[in-house]
Design a protein around this ligand. Structure first.
Ligand code: SAH
Length: 374
């Protein structure tokens, strides 16, 4: 095989051990991997040729065998509250979104893990789009890389001078635990001190409740866990979050406490979308309190964000307040999520990107992706 036909390795998204192995294959010492990571993540360098402290020969080898491939930005939108949303291309007319939410004491980047989502939660606009494909580790890590570059440029900061992104949340498009193989290495790079070096309490994976994968996650990485609960009993939760029919609330909570034990975590955040007349009544609050009282749990109430065609409405502010008070009176720790970026459809559950629904068909040894919805 000639160098031209060899597929180049994307350096972005290779965790340290894999990067060391690759560098080893090229006949170099493991410390070269550290140097590359330093350029990539600390200095935000996207051009191998500009990595000037790498020996010339090694750099030439790298240029030939490797590349730094990033998703391309299709559109940038800025909301009146400073929230930014970027639409990123996933090729083949597919796109996904990431959102930056600036606050006084932190900058949160909300990233996607899939193009679309296969889970069908009834109140989520991503679900209405269907599922196209998993993002690669490079596409997940590339979101953070790109956001840092874009924001630094805008602010006139040199990358590495100061932190723009202090928190990362997997609350964009997709179910991260359904893309375990790409998400776990991405988290490793977020946490690695040679990577983005973000504290494990500031990287949050949000899941709709894929129970077996929560157990697996506990063995693999150490980050904060958020769980989309949305209902205090199985009957209602199965309607809103259909995966509940497979893994019910009791199983889910069991997995959460196990995760905390394994990870030495402090608490799990339970997300609860406030749907007018559906799950927002005082009896729901009381049931929820019985479920989570005296447990290492925090509740985050999310006012529902409407999208075209939805059957739901947001609970009125007074109802949300009453619900919160019912929970607080019973000793629960509760916050109400501030809705951000609404004027650009960047709020939770409004990310739709551009997804063509696909199903995967296996015939013999071949796999085909078929478009099923335009
Ligand atoms: N698949 C992951 C990440 C989803 S998005 C998960 O299910 O946790 C992050 C949060 O936004 C989840 O709690 C999700 O249930 C919630 N959400 C989805 N649609 C929403 C909407 N229309 N309004 C408010 N929150 C929504």
């Amino acid at each position: 095989m000639t160098a031209d036909t060899l597929q180049r390795v994307n350096l972005l998204g290779l965790p340290k051990v894999e990067l060391e192995a690759f560098v080893g294959e090229l006949g170099s010492k493991p410390f070269r991997a550290r140097q590359i990571m330093n350029w990539l993540y600390k200095r935000g360098e996207g051009d191998i040729a500009a990595m000037t402290d790498l020996a010339k020969d090694f750099r030439a080898q790298l240029v030939e065998r490797a590349e730094i491939l990033l998703p391309t930005i299709v559109r940038t939108q800025v909301a009146s509250d400073g929230t930014r949303k970027w639409l990123l291309s996933a090729g083949n007319d597919q796109a996904f979104e990431m959102v930056f939410i600036p606050e006084e004491d932190r900058g949160t980047l909300c990233i996607s893990s899939q193009v679309g989502c296969a889970l069908d939660c009834t109140f989520c606009s991503t679900a209405q789009q269907g599922f196209n494909r998993n993002l690669t580790t490079a596409e997940i890590v590339g979101q953070v890389w790109l956001a840092i570059r874009e924001l630094s440029r805008e602010l006139g900061w040199k990358i590495g001078d100061d932190r723009i992104i202090t928190n990362i949340v997997f609350m964009g498009m997709g179910e991260p635990l359904a893309n375990f193989r790409s998400v776990v290495p991405a988290i490793r790079i977020f946490l690695d001190d040679l990577g983005f070096d973000i504290s494990r309490r500031r990287v949050t994976l949000s899941t709709s409740g894929l129970v077996p994968q929560i157990y697996k996650l506990a063995e693999e990485v150490n980050c904060a866990l958020a769980v989309s609960l949305h209902a205090p009993n199985d009957e209602l939760r199965s309607q809103l979050v259909p995966i509940n029919r497979k893994h019910n609330i009791a199983e889910l909570l069991e997995a959460c406490w196990h995760y905390l034990d394994e990870q030495n975590g402090r608490s799990v955040t339970f997300e609860y979308v406030m749907l007018d007349g559906v799950n927002d009544q005082p009896e729901h609050a009381r049931e929820l309190a019985r479920l989570l009282r005296d447990k290492p749990a925090k509740l985050n109430l999310i006012p529902f964000n409407p999208f075209p065609g939805t059957q739901y409405r947001r609970s009125p502010p007074a109802v949300i307040e009453r619900f919160r008070d019912e929970l607080m009176q019973r000793g629960l720790v509760v916050t109400v999520r501030k809705t951000r970026g609404e004027d650009i459809d960047a709020a939770c559950g409004q990310l739709a990107g551009q997804v063509t629904d696909r199903i995967t068909v296996r015939l013999g040894s071949k796999t085909f992706g078929l478009q099923v919805r335009a």
